[in-house]
Design a protein around this ligand. Structure first.
Ligand code: DAK
Length: 264
């Protein structure tokens, strides 16, 4: 991988053994559209296969790590069949992050909502800026988290807080996320990238095979029964595309008005 390479949607920077992948769609708060996730998957793959890369930092912009999957791309999907056909390849790219064998660190500043929160949760560690805001607001637009939020969030913060978040869309500040065990460090906004890179460099200096084994072993504890939970979540997510409330919720967002849900 070249030392510095910039694609439109994801910027790739190499700093020694650390690859920094930066989501770069700031005007849409890094909404995770198909092109963004394709670019991220490609950048991740290249960092994974590059033997000189020992740790990966995933970052966003100051205002948003990512405000979720792109609602515009989903809002008119006619039903569960169409949603699954249209989204499964796109959404499988979230899984790539969770399955990456190298240590991954999310550097979160600003909004990490919906699929953005799930992307951060799929990383091994989250370092947050004091401005970070975490949430799973999908229920406010007629769906549920579909990229692991109901599973990984519950494992990270426990049932009570996870239920509060997924049932109401409650957001956590960086300090609340630290107290809840969702993130491991909170730093000033200007220190975020240095902190994440420093952490990545520290990991990159250690014995690579031991690091990989440590990650695999810790993941086995954290991810116990994850696959069954993910499959259940995914099935429920797609089924919601058969409802009028999903259309109403997403269209209302696009039209910048409050949704009117009817339970249909
Ligand atoms: N999608 C598309 N555009 C978005 C967006 C999103 N998620 N979030 C923000 N934007 C766009 C806005 O439309 C706006 O565009 P313009 O109007 O300027 O063209 C621009 O970003 C700035 O946003 P706002 O004007 O809304 O900025 P505010 O500061 O007023 O509000 C906000 C910021 C983050 C509170 C607000 O934008 C917001 O509520 N955004 C939506 C958050 C949300 O609901 N996220 C969850 C989306 S659903 C799956 C994988 C993934 C997923 C599902 C399944 N599988 C593996 C099966 C994920 C689903 C989701 O993430």
């Amino acid at each position: 991988m070249p030392a510095a390479e910039s694609a439109a949607e994801v910027l790739v920077e190499r700093d020694g053994a650390v690859a920094v992948l930066t989501l770069n769609r700031p005007k849409a708060l890094n909404a995770l559209s198909v092109p963004v996730m394709k670019a991220l998957a490609a950048a991740l793959e290249s960092a994974e296969t590059d033997e000189a890369v020992r740790a990966i930092v995933l970052a966003g912009s100051p205002r948003a790590f990512a405000a979720g999957a792109d609602i515009g791309e989903m809002k008119d999907l006619a039903g569960s069949g169409e949603a699954e056909a249209a989204l499964s390849e796109h959404l499988a790219r979230w899984d790539k992050v969770g399955r990456c064998p190298k240590p991954t660190i999310a550097a979160v500043s600003g909004f990490a909502l919906g699929g953005g929160c799930e992307l951060a949760l799929a990383c091994d560690l989250i370092v947050a800026s004091e401005t970070a805001v975490f949430g799973q607001p999908e229920v406010q637009i007629g769906v549920i988290p579909g990229a692991g939020g109901t599973q990984r969030l519950t494992k990270a913060v426990g049932k009570a807080l996870a239920m509060d978040m997924v049932l109401t869309g409650r957001r956590l500040t960086a300090r609340e996320a630290l107290a809840a065990g969702l993130v491991s460090r909170v730093v000033a906004p200007e220190a975020l990238l240095d902190e994440a890179k420093g952490l990545a460099r520290r990991i990159a200096e250690l014995a690579p095979l031991a690091v990989r084994a440590a990650k695999a072993a810790a993941a086995a504890a954290a991810d116990r029964q994850l696959d069954a939970g993910l499959a259940r979540e995914r099935g429920l997510f797609y089924r919601l595309f058969d409802t009028a409330d999903q259309k109403e919720g997403m269209r209302a967002f696009a039209e910048k008005r409050p949704p009117l849900f009817k339970g249909k």
